[in-house]
Write a protein that binds this ligand. Sequence first.
Ligand code: ZN
Ligand code: ZN
Ligand code: ZN
Length: 417
Amino acid sequence: MANPFMTLPNINFSEKSTALNAKKVYDDGPKTPNRKIFPFWEYLNLSAATQQLVFIPGEYESRIEPGKIYPWLEFYKHKMTYTDSTGKQIFKNITCSAGSDKHHKKPCVGCHYYESNKPAPYTKKENRTPNPWGQKLSTIFCVGHLAWYKRVMRMKDGKPVVYADIPQYNEVLCPAGEEGGPDTFFGKLVKIELGNNHYKNWVEIASQLYWLCDGCGMGIVTKKVYCRNCGADLIDPKEINKLSRPQQEDILKKIQTCACGHVDMPVEDLACGYDVEGKVFKRKANRPCPLGDNPPQRMHIYNCVVSLNKTGAKTDSKLNLVDKASFNPDSDISWVTPYESIGMPVVEIIDSIIARNGGKLYDINKDIEVVSEEQQAQELKVPNPYAAPSDIPKQPPISQVPVTGGGFQKLGVIFNN
Ligand SMILES: [Zn+2]
Ligand SMILES: [Zn+2]
Ligand SMILES: [Zn+2]
């Protein structure tokens, strides 16, 4: 898929914030003895309750476009839901193992069933049965969650859990009223997984921020786009405002070749003080941009605090930008601690969050390891189509999987993202 951020100018994070000087050191993954457990406790599920978040860029190779490095990890998965013998809905998913070469797909149980459940050619739309096996885009982000957490001892059968003589703790969101109390701390490194629709929302939010000034929080417009070498206009300044924002972004985020022969990212002159659409100049005379004589600066989703929530249910659910705040203490929209006891600028909080994780970011790759076909089939509760020939089921299950206790239950697609 074409990634809208592919052409984002390489922002030097260290220029703006030491905290986000992407600590490209990753931890060793969940410390779980003997067996691999998906570390769900490291994930934050967004809900209707607004959360203050700082997206922290890592460097993760795309599983979709090999060789491309993004600040988040993107990959395909197959999601399944089935009903077990007690009537309980079980959600399962596996990382797609087909690889990125569409013409030479590697074995993948999900893709196999997708192919074998495709309707015959020329099947009328109304006669097609839903095929729940398709690949679904998923993205995982490393995020600092600006909220109170509490350390609670992990218990099993009424006893504290101890590994290698070390008592184990869970870090859970602090119950209301206990903020700042014993065993509490502010801010935690978490991961957020966004499916296709929510990822699109995230990209829209990133674009909204791109058109806001980090100093005054007002709308920004491009006045001039020119060559770094000779200063010649790369677009006629009179034409810039006739272009839509996506068209402008397209120009601004791509390397351009000037008539002088210089090949570089274009330089832009910005003006702030506009409405969010950049149409009407709104600045009040007595409220100049706090960046003063310095040129306006674009906000950036990896360089500010965003307050996000998720509204709506299932396929209609949506990520919303409720508020944004700058790291710059001089900004009109600078981040203000909601708790007086935290007398730290936000970049130091992010540093402390990463320090709590041993000074390392999560290695997200560990969470989406590709497992064997046999294990994929087990996870999805379907026969393994890659098993020895005698074991291959004659009839691949069509939208149905066997469940314990006999009989078949209908499969559905999960739309929780
Ligand atoms: Zn697959
Ligand atoms: Zn401004
Ligand atoms: Zn030039």
